[in-house]
Design a protein around this ligand. Structure first.
Ligand code: ADP
Ligand code: ZN
Length: 605
């Protein structure tokens, strides 16, 4: 029977051990739980995968009554509720996806006190009818998930969230906990203000995601580079972001043709297809979703092993959010991005041609500059990323720069040649033509403008096209050249170019990245997490068993058991239920439901 009465005799830790099957709290979890279970308010800022849910789920179990969880994400509610039911906890959700009869049943269960957690969409919560049922019910706490949706400066503003201050007005004695993975100070202040959380304790976790390895490449042959990258992640689930719908379609088709299980997802597809693709990504093992930014909000699939960007995101915040969808389970994951000068040119033009006011355009350019700075970083990327959010840190040892520090080369002469070529051709041409001139190519354009007569024609034959591209991009990033996006991406000299041309300063640049071998791009096993080798036959058998079980129950595989748990089982090969119970992620209920089956798979494997 699911649990409904408060588990007063339990401690938070004993619930964590027994119900969730985890050995210890992470970070601030224990302090947050104490604050809320004790009747206080809290604002929790924790990165994706940090373990926010437990911060309200355990207080919900400890307190009398039913916790009401406000969440804007319908797809997520269902999975959260399935996962709670698997743990033997009485939970339900109310949103527009339910038919009338089911919704009425949930409302009755809520009214008679048969639930410990009820997830509701904000628009449903604010209906007079639901507020009335709240008046009559015994509410243990309110949890407001994705609390940044209340902020107009944030990226996911939801007008309904503004109405949530009513909870404080109507039920001042009920503790409230607001949670978000958005880090910046402005959004935080707005949440506190709009939700009237004046007395809340604020918990800010580190935004570091140590299990994510950050890698940035220069875009040379994006399709081939992507396939190389994917070769390091065989059979793993991941997301590939592209900037346009067309590119999403083309990339997904190319990957399918190359033998990957890939699906497209973008705003131009009909709802039904989108829903189906999302469902498959969540439920099947090892699917690759090729998507525009329309995809991802509210995907809390824990075992996304990689996020690849084939185009530059718009800001560091965007990059952090999107890459943060990888590795929520804490297992090694990889964020890889390919970018080139053209990305910057396109985005600058996009910003300038937009309808926004000048101040907003300035902000747009500044945000893009910060991201380009990160992409071009010659020291630890994680340090750069975290410092953007005001967090100091040490070189991480788990990004491409730390693992493979670039040795800068003296590019003074190359820079002089490139700058001269820009100058001699009249500062009217984009990178492509300037490079053709440097290489001494005969093209229609070169003939038309008589550029073969110039002194700079053919002076750059010692470098190839790709290397010249890298040089020009870095000269732009360092402010020696600027891109005039009002003139089709024409390159122009800046004042900073003068001392270089006159031989007064040297220019050190990053080398063009050489193709890394497939072996090297494979992730190292995480320490202590057991063999992280997907070829382990026992792990594969356990995964097959899990897929079958999940299909029978109609839930995503990770709702049954997480990858990390399967890996640990494969590594430790438990022979008894007691041994199995030692493994992280197996609480009493799951041990009871799956223990024997798992032991049988281990015994066979
Ligand atoms: P968030 O909502 O912050 O993105 P979740 O609440 O979904 O993160 O938790 C992320 C993952 O971490 C989940 O798989 C969860 O079960 C796991 N987790 C949370 N707390 C702990 C803990 N104390 N020990 C081990 N795993 C935990
Ligand atoms: Zn690093």
């Amino acid at each position: 029977m699911p649990q409904t009465a408060a588990l007063m005799s339990d401690t938070p830790l004993s619930l964590l051990n027994r119900i969730f099957g985890y050995a210890a709290f992470r970070g601030d979890q224990a302090a947050i739980i104490e604050q809320v279970a004790g009747g206080g308010d809290a604002l929790v800022l924790m990165p994706t995968g940090g373990g926010k849910s437990i911060c309200y789920q355990i207080p919900a179990l400890l307190r009398d009554g039913c916790a009401v969880v406000v969440s804007p994400l319908i797809a997520l509610m269902q999975d959260q509720v399935s996962a709670l039911k698997e743990l033997g906890i009485a939970a339900a959700f109310l949103n527009s996806s339910l038919d009338g009869a089911t919704a009425a049943q949930v409302e009755r269960d809520f009214a008679r006190g048969a639930l410990k957690l009820l997830y509701v969409a904000p628009e449903r919560l604010l209906t007079p009818r639901f507020l009335e049922s709240l008046d009559a019910a015994h509410v243990s706490l309110f949890a407001i998930d994705e609390a940044h949706c209340v902020s107009q400066w944030g990226h996911d503003f939801r007008p309904e969230y503004l109405g949530l201050s009513v909870l404080h007005e109507r039920y001042p004695q009920v503790p409230r906990i607001a949670l978000t993975a958005t880090a910046d100070a402005a959004t935080r202040a707005e949440i506190l203000h709009r939700l009237a959380l004046d007395d809340a304790r604020v918990f800010v976790a580190s935004f570091d995601r140590p299990n994510i390895r950050y890698r940035v490449s220069e875009k040379t042959e994006p399709r081939r580079q992507l396939i190389d990258f994917l070769a390091g992640h065989p059979g793993e689930a991941g997301i590939v972001y592209c900037s346009t719908r067309k590119k999403v379609e083309e990339t997904a088709a190319a990957l399918s043709q190359a033998g990957f299980s890939a699906l497209p997802y973008h705003g131009g597809m009909d709802n039904e297809t989108r829903r189906r693709h999302q469902e498959r990504f969540l439920r099947e093992d090892g699917m690759i979703m090729v998507a525009t930014l329309a995809f991802g909000m509210g995907i809390d699939k824990p075992d996304v092993r990689f996020v690849a960007h084939l185009d530059l995101p718009r800001s560091v915040e965007g990059y952090y959010q999107e890459t943060g969808r990888a590795g929520r389970d804490g297992e090694p994951a990889e964020a890889w991005m390919a970018w080139g000068l053209q990305d910057v040119v396109t985005q600058r033009r996009f910003i300038d041609e937009g309808e926004a006011e000048d101040t907003h355009k300035r902000i747009g350019h500044a945000k893009l500059d910060a991201l380009v700075g990160l992409a071009e970083a010659a020291s630890c990327r994680r340090v750069a990323l975290l410092s953007y959010f005001g967090e100091a840190s040490q070189p991480c040892g788990n990004c491409d720069v730390c693992l493979n520090p670039p040795t800068l080369w003296d590019a003074t002469e190359a820079a002089q040649k490139a700058l001269s070529a820009v100058y001699r051709t009249g500062q009217r041409f984009g990178a492509g033509h300037v490079i053709d001139v440097l290489l001494g190519k005969t093209t229609e354009k070169i003939e038309r403008f008589g550029h073969a007569e110039l002194s700079v024609f053919g002076i750059g034959a010692s470098l190839d096209d790709k290397r010249w591209r890298a040089v020009l991009r870095q000269l732009v990033v360092r402010g020696l050249l600027e891109v005039d996006h009002t003139a089709y991406g024409a390159l122009k000299l800046t004042a900073a170019a003068r001392p270089v041309l006159k031989g007064e300063t040297t220019v050190m640049l990053r080398p063009l990245e050489t193709r890394t071998s497939k072996k090297k791009s494979r992730l190292a096993p995480s320490s202590g997490a057991g063999v992280h080798d997907d070829e382990d036959p026992l792990f594969l058998s356990l995964r097959a068993w899990r897929r079958e079980t999940a299909n029978e129950k109609g839930v995503p595989a990770y709702v049954i058991l997480h990858d990390a748990t399967l890996r640990e089982i494969a590594a430790r090969r438990p022979a008894t239920l007691a041994e199995l119970g030692e493994i992280s992620g197996l609480g009493t209920k799951k041990l009871e439901a799956y223990g024997e089956d798992v032991l049988a798979v281990v015994a066979e494997g």
